[in-house]
Design a protein around this ligand. Structure first.
Ligand SMILES: CC(C)(COP(=O)(O)OP(=O)(O)OC[C@H]1O[C@@H](n2cnc3c(N)ncnc32)[C@H](O)[C@@H]1OP(=O)(O)O)[C@@H](O)C(=O)NCCC(=O)NCCS
Length: 238
């Protein structure tokens, strides 16, 4: 039985000598750019080379383009395993803000995120990444409800990194999520937020989510009780 070539061998063959040096230079520039933005070890030249052939073979990669309110390009696309580090860092940073999510400390590892991304590709889970000018800006997830009888309902979560909030990334992610969710057979999306999360509440209501309930004193954040506001939206059939 012949041995499958390891990834590095495969990539060496897939990368023509004439393109290898410029490509490495580009990868180094991108690495510096990402590191200067506070995201360590996201793209190394080696990782770029290792994953390039793999990414190029991905067919039907869908992405959606938007323009931010300050004129930058927003891209929404399905998450790749290569996004795991940024998603982990982005989520952990939001948890550390201590204001928006009902958890006190970051949990999970990067490999948990990699597994989640792989699982989403094989299941009805949805994981979307938002980028501003090709830089990770946030992500959105939809997971099916656990009960057999409510598999048509998806639970949505979304975060945007602090420096890139308020320019339309969240809105773009929500728009794409609805479309992809309808394609995957969801008929309704549910979510919840803290009562004092004015930005999230404004955004959800402005794209048609209906407030359907309040769970009083449902969370304790920084020693204070916070109500949970429940929202839902029925989707147009796909
Ligand atoms: C909530 C969140 C995902 C929204 O993403 P975003 O990219 O900032 O959202 P957008 O820029 O698309 O839209 C924000 C809207 O809120 C409005 N807004 C900004 N500040 C506001 C405020 N203090 N009160 C009310 N609305 C406000 C903006 O004007 C914009 O509305 P508009 O498009 O009608 O002008 C993002 O702010 C975030 O990640 N927050 C921290 C984590 C979090 O709260 N996640 C959701 C938990 S349920």
């Amino acid at each position: 039985m012949s041995r499958l070539p390891d990834t590095q061998e495969s990539v060496s063959r897939a990368t023509e000598p004439s393109t290898r040096t410029p490509f490495l230079k580009l990868a180094q520039v991108v690495t510096l750019y990402y590191r200067s933005s506070g995201y360590e070890n996201v793209f190394t030249p080696q990782l770029f080379l290792k994953r390039r052939a793999e990414l190029c073979t991905v067919t039907n990669v869908r992405k959606w383009e938007f323009t931010s309110t300050d004129g930058r390009s927003i891209t929404v696309r399905e998450a790749f395993p290569e996004d795991a580090q940024n998603m982990h860092t982005g989520f952990s940073d939001v948890v550390r803000e201590g204001k928006w999510l009902p958890t006190y400390r970051p949990n999970g590892t990067i490999s948990d995120w990699v597994s989640w991304i792989h699982r989403a590709k094989r299941s009805r889970e949805i994981l979307l990444v938002g980028e501003v000018d090709m830089r990770y800006a946030g992500h959105l997830s939809i997971q099916p409800e656990e009960w057999d009888a409510s598999r048509h309902v998806g639970r949505l979560g979304v975060i945007v990194v602090q420096p890139l909030r308020g320019i339309g990334v969240g809105r773009a992610l929500l728009q794409v999520a609805e479309m992809v969710a309808a394609e995957k057979g969801y008929e309704k999306i549910v979510l919840s937020t803290f009562s004092n999360n004015c930005i999230a509440r404004h955004l959800y209501e402005s794209v048609g989510y209906r407030m359907v309930g309040v769970r009083e004193k449902h969370f304790v954040m920084g020693g204070n009780y916070i109500d949970e506001i429940l929202y839902e939206k029925l989707l147009e059939p796909f």
